[in-house]
Ligand binder design. Structure first.
Ligand SMILES: Nc1nc2c(ncn2[C@@H]2O[C@H](COP(=O)(O)OP(=O)(O)OP(=O)(O)O)[C@@H](O)[C@H]2O)c(=O)[nH]1
Ligand SMILES: [Mg+2]
Length: 162
């Protein structure tokens, strides 16, 4: 399941991960759209869910309520928290909330191209060490880092299931 604040690149990543069999539906009783698709990797099929943007696990908007409910109901094997590398410090509180909720989180630090362009350096290994979770740098709009993200997700699922 892909989660994160609005406009960080979740849907671009979703489109890169999934094929053409994508379903868009309104979450029951709401006008909030949830998109589901599948990704194939090494003969395995993974369901991928793109969620509406959220700022906090404590919901204020209908979108946030839907994403929170999805996180609790669907019990995803992996939650990919997508963040904007340019505004990392504003985004990490949600990572901590997700971790505190006991969710299996991988951090995708997206928009690395834009962070590079403004001279912002991010030590992904250090971040991974501090948070204790896998961290992958991506520039989804340029299709960069998506293979690494896939591998990180698969590795994570493999370890959790084992
Ligand atoms: N430069 C750059 N732009 C990106 C990158 N990833 C996404 N974008 C752009 O950022 C914008 C938002 O991307 P979306 O995938 O729609 O963002 P989202 O997280 O799904 O947004 P919501 O659905 O509103 O929560 C689009 O214009 C993308 O083309 C990236 O890595 N680098
Ligand atoms: Mg989106």
């Amino acid at each position: 399941m892909l989660v994160g604040t609005p406009n960080v690149g979740k849907s671009v990543i979703f489109n890169l991960l999934t094929g053409s069999y994508v379903t868009v539906s309104n979450y029951p009783g709401t006008t909030v759209e949830v998109t589901r698709g599948t990704a194939k990797y090494n003969q395995q099929i993974y369901e991928v869910i793109d969620t509406p943007g959220m700022y906090s696990l404590l919901p204020i908007t209908e979108e946030e309520r839907v994403t929170r409910t999805l996180l609790l109901q669907e019990k995803p094997d992996v939650v990919v928290h997508v963040v904007d590398a340019k505004n990392l410090e504003r985004m990490l509180p949600l990572t901590l909330q997700l971790l505190e909720a006991g969710l299996p989180v991988i951090l995708a630090v997206n928009m690395m191209d834009e962070a590079d362009a403004i001279g912002r350096q991010i030590d992904l290994d250090k971040l991974s060490e501090i948070l204790g979770i896998p961290v992958v740098g991506t520039a989804a709009a340029l299709n960069r880092g998506i293979e690494q993200l896939k591998r990180a997700v698969i590795e994570y699922v493999r370890k959790r299931v084992a």
